[in-house]
Each structure stands twice: as C-alpha cells, then as structure tokens.
Design a protein around this ligand. Sequence first.
Ligand SMILES: C[S@@+](CC[C@H](N)C(=O)[O-])C[C@H]1O[C@@H](n2cnc3c(N)ncnc32)[C@H](O)[C@@H]1O
Length: 238
Amino acid sequence: MIKLSKRLKEIADFIPPASRLADIGSDHAYLPIYLIQQEKIDFAVAGEVAAGPLQHAQEEVTDRNLEDRIHVRLGNGLDVLEKDDAVDHVVIAGMGGLLIALILEQGLLNHKVSDGQSFVLQPNNEEVHLRRFLLENHFEITQESILSENKHFYEIIVAKYQAGQEAEAWSEEDLLFGRFVEAADPQIFKEKWQNEKRKTKNIIASLQYSKANNDKTLTDFQHKINLIEERLHDEDTS
Ligand SMILES: C[S@@+](CC[C@H](N)C(=O)[O-])C[C@H]1O[C@@H](n2cnc3c(N)ncnc32)[C@H](O)[C@@H]1O
C-alpha cells in the first residue's frame, strides 16, 4: 500500500468515490495508485510532460500490475485526455499557480475541458493569479483548504467548470485569502499569514537597505501587510 504525504492525502480526500481521474504532472503516479488501492476509483490517466518522471510513473504502475486501470501518458497538460476517458475529476498539484492556470487555459483552447468537470488544484504559489484566472474563465470555486507540511503551507482550490457560469468578481481580500480557506483550518491559516507578513516585512527592509526600491513596489508590499493585519485583527503578529 502506498503511503501518501500529508499534502497528497488531503488532495486525495477531495476525490469522490467512483471518480474517473486525471492526475496531470503525475511524476510517480502515487495519487492514482493510492486511490485505486483504496478501491475509491478504478480508472485514472496519469499525464506527464517529462520523460524521466513519466518513466517513474510507468514503473510504479507496472510493478503493481495496474496498467489496465492507470493509463500513463506522455504529453503537455490536458492534451493527454481523450473524450472516451470520460474523466470527471482532474488533479493538477505541486506546480506554480501560473503554470496551473496556463495548463487550464491551453486545455480550454484545445477543448480538453468539459462542462461539469471538477478540478482539484494545489498551487505552490501565485494563488491570487490562479483564483482570478478561474473566476474569469467560467470556473466556480467550490471549496478551498490549507495545510502545512515540512514548514511549507499549501492551499488546495477545488473548482468546477461550468460553461454557462458568469465571471464572478471576488474582492481583493477574497482573491488573496480565499473565501473558504480560513474556515478550513483557522490555526494554519493564521500561521501562514503571520509568516507571510514576516516575509513581506523582510522584503521591504531589504529593498530599503539596497536602495533598489521604487515607491510603487514599497506601497504594494505595505498594502499587503495592511490587508494581512486587518484580516488577522492583530497588528503585533510579526
Ligand atoms: C513537482 S512535481 C509534482 C508531482 C505531483 N503532482 C505532486 O503534487 O506531488 C511536478 C510535475 O509536473 C510535471 N509537469 C510540469 N509541467 C507539466 C505540463 N505542462 N504537463 C504535464 N506535466 C507537467 C513535471 O514534469 C513534474 O513531474
């Protein structure tokens, strides 16, 4: 039995039983293997763009005689998907938020995203960009979550593509903090944003020290600190 990291386990928990899964960027195919071993799903596509990780994924699948149920495919993003796969849940995890948005954008252009499909996304950064992209492109953000592992904070964003969905305007605060993240784990949420405030203060200090600053950059960073302090109701969180 595969033992997943806390991060991948939390992502796996968002996949409902009997889903047809695509794991895009699947380096070792651990997520689909785990879900099949748990008998939660019985079909998955594991997509990989790089030869080395693809080979690892293929070996892990072959070693367990799961080739019939996990199709390991080489390709860019959602290009690996075929209509007959009837995939209803797509995971894109462990990449930057810009790359995840790009993969989704190319998927939309290439007609690889279908109405009603759900996406479990775990960006390593640039969550604001990803949320904005989703909301402007007919995805409804239905759930969010947060966890910490090995001193990293990770957010998970679950979104459903609905062709008829109106573009939804979230406030600047909702885009930054998410709408559902704090409720998912108030303590980890607080720790993440205390940490973010510390990092932002350090950036401001080093910009001022190096004189490499410009006023706009400093104002933007200070604005971010103000938003964090307002949100945490605490000005002494550093
Ligand atoms: C850091 S790993 C994350 C693996 C796994 N999803 C996880 O969350 O642990 C990112 C993987 O995504 C793959 N990748 C990056 N861009 C991709 C793309 N456009 N299409 C498919 N795979 C991609 C990389 O080759 C790499 O194996």
